[in-house]
Design a protein around this ligand. Structure first.
Ligand SMILES: NC(=O)c1ccc[n+]([C@@H]2O[C@H](COP(=O)([O-])OP(=O)(O)OC[C@H]3O[C@@H](n4cnc5c(N)ncnc54)[C@H](O)[C@@H]3O)[C@@H](O)[C@H]2O)c1
Length: 497
């Protein structure tokens, strides 16, 4: 193991637990001593908790050795490098290492953002070299990306794959492309949420609530960025965007660039998208649902998404539902567009914008813990309040956002599904490995392709087509892979890469 930092320590831990003799090398000998001490303490804790028995702890400790010089790695079969993330330093390291290890030794890098192929140019035998990308904290994040460089021998990847399983990790295969799988697939969530916030559609806390409660993400995008820190997440956004030659789908946001410049990084600086007091986020309270005594009758657009379900929901909430061809002069007019804004729908369907309110029905109501309504600039306050009060009648939380094509959930889900589809199009990995890597590496409630299937590939396509029309932004251009599979399902053809 080369590098005794956060990652090197974690990789050494799982390798020793899997039965391998591990030598740890670092240019700072005290880092090696610290790593060995901390791993010893970690194993003692695991024993106290009953997760490892005394014999296993003794054995693991006995397998861990400090390497005082690089020469001490001479008899290793595998060297995993987790040193500083700099191409020049990594190349110099591997050039020196190759002169020390045996001819059959496998060499691997844990780089998250550099090209495996570029690092391999330092080697006389690049066939023996691959990427082996673990996640932090290594012992808990049970996925590892195995990345073949341009000249990597497939047998090297097979060996690393088998060894990952021996360490109890799930290996996935990735092409040597910017961000590999996890850091590439993860581009949609934060960047689209930042765009929504940047357009003033809703505040950070509201966007977080919507994505947690409607889609089931464990953390909202702003909570997540506060946890990771913008010093880490903004450069990743920039790096993947730039490495893909300014592909609009990955475009970062000035919001995070400015906050990074101002050192407003998140939890680690006590202030990010939220303020922190004693480690706890200060979350602004949600506005309560207004009290409305007399709710007007409700008319639902004939083109509403999930119209039958919306009808039933309104009846369950005790609304008087109009069934005429057009709304009566008193009616609250409900629209449920996919990818269009409420204003556009009101104009196209010749509805009175003052009485028109939108609801996001991409995900069925029974599968969500929150309802999201959008008003348009002309919506009257009494209609806004009536809609809010009506949809909150059964106690389910309601967020009312400003008019935006695609609300919040539609935009974020469609962007995630589209980026994942494009990764399949580019054959960066198999659809199956993509789903595995994202659920284990990012903790999403479903893999992106399963997400698309669950809420309807044609619905996702409709969101993207309409958003592209409204924004005229190539960022929403559907990937050809998604367009082709829109009608037949995204995970149906998982065996095909
Ligand atoms: N931290 C993460 O979340 C994460 C996740 C995945 C991959 N990575 C990658 O793993 C690598 C290490 O990251 P980290 O977070 O453990 O860093 P870290 O700063 O915690 O540790 C790096 C260690 O490498 C040592 N080092 C620097 N140059 C060296 C050299 N030439 N030879 C030997 N040792 C050297 C340093 O003394 C330090 O102890 C980087 O390539 C990083 O991109 C990090």
């Amino acid at each position: 193991m080369a590098g005794a930092g956060a990652m090197g320590r974690g990789i050494a831990q799982i390798a020793a637990q899997a039965g391998s003799t591990v030598r740890i090398y670092d240019t700072q000998p005290e880092a090696v001593q610290r790593a060995i001490q901390e791993l010893g303490a970690q194993w003692d804790r695991l024993q106290e908790k009953g997760r490892m028995d005394a014999a296993a702890v003794q054995a693991a400790k006995g397998r861990l050795h400090a390497a005082a010089t690089l020469q001490d790695l001479a008899d290793c079969d595998l060297v995993v490098e987790a040193i500083v993330e700099r191409l020049d330093v990594k190349k110099a390291f591997f050039a020196e290492l190759e002169g020390i290890v045996g001819p059959e030794a496998v060499l691997a890098t844990n780089t998250s953002s550099l090209s495996v192929t570029a690092i391999a140019t330092a080697l006389k035998r690049p066939q023996r070299f691959a990427g082996y990308h673990f996640f932090n904290p290594v012992a808990l994040m049970k996925v590892v990306e195995v990345i073949a460089g341009f000249k990597t021998d497939p047998a090297v990847c097979e060996g690393l794959t088998a060894y990952a399983k021996q360490m109890g990790h799930t290996p996935v295969q990735a092409q040597d492309t910017p961000g590999f799988i996890v850091n590439h697939a993860g581009r949609g969530y934060n960047t689209e949420a930042l765009r929504i916030a940047g357009e003033g559609v809703a505040d950070f806390a509201t966007i977080d609530r919507i994505l947690r409660d409607q889609v089931g993400f464990k953390l909202g995008p702003f909570e997540l960025m506060d946890l990771t820190g913008l010093d880490v997440s903004h450069p990743v956004m920039e790096s993947v965007y730039r490495q893909y030659y300014d592909e609009p789908r990955y475009r970062p946001s000035v919001i995070t660039a400015q906050r990074l410049a101002g050192n407003v990084l998140g939890r680690k600086t006590g202030e990010g998208f939220y303020r922190y007091a004693d480690g706890k986020a200060q979350v602004p309270a949600e506005p309560a649902a207004p009290k409305v005594d007399d709710i007007p009758p409700v008319w639902v657009s004939t083109r509403a998404a999930r119209r039958a379900e919306l009808y039933q929901l309104l009846k369950d909430l005790g609304a008087k539902v109009e069934t005429g061809q057009s709304p009566s002069p008193q009616a609250l007019t409900l629209v449920a567009p996919l990818g269009f804004d409420v204003t556009t729908v009101a104009v196209v369907e010749r509805l009175d914008p003052a009485r028109t309110v939108g609801i996001d029905m991409l995900i069925e109501d029974s599968a969500t813990k929150r309802r999201v309504l959008a008003t348009n600039p002309a919506t009257r306050a009494d209609m806004h309040d009536a809609a809010h009060a009506l949809f909150a009648r059964d106690g389910k939380p309601v967020s009312v956002i400003r008019d935006s094509a695609g609300f919040v959930t539609q935009r974020v889900v469609a962007t995630i599904v589209n980026i994942a589809s494009d990764m399949c199009q580019q054959r960066i990995c198999t659809p199956k490995d993509l789903e595995t890597a994202v659920t284990l590496g990012l903790g999403y409630p479903l893999g992106p392709l399963a997400m698309g299937d669950r809420w309807g590939p044609t619905n996702v396509l409709e969101v993207l087509f309409n958003m592209q029309t409204v924004y005229g932004d190539p960022r929403y251009r559907p990937s050809p892979w998604l367009r082709r599979r829109g009608a037949i399902g995204l995970s149906l053809l998982q065996e095909e890469s």
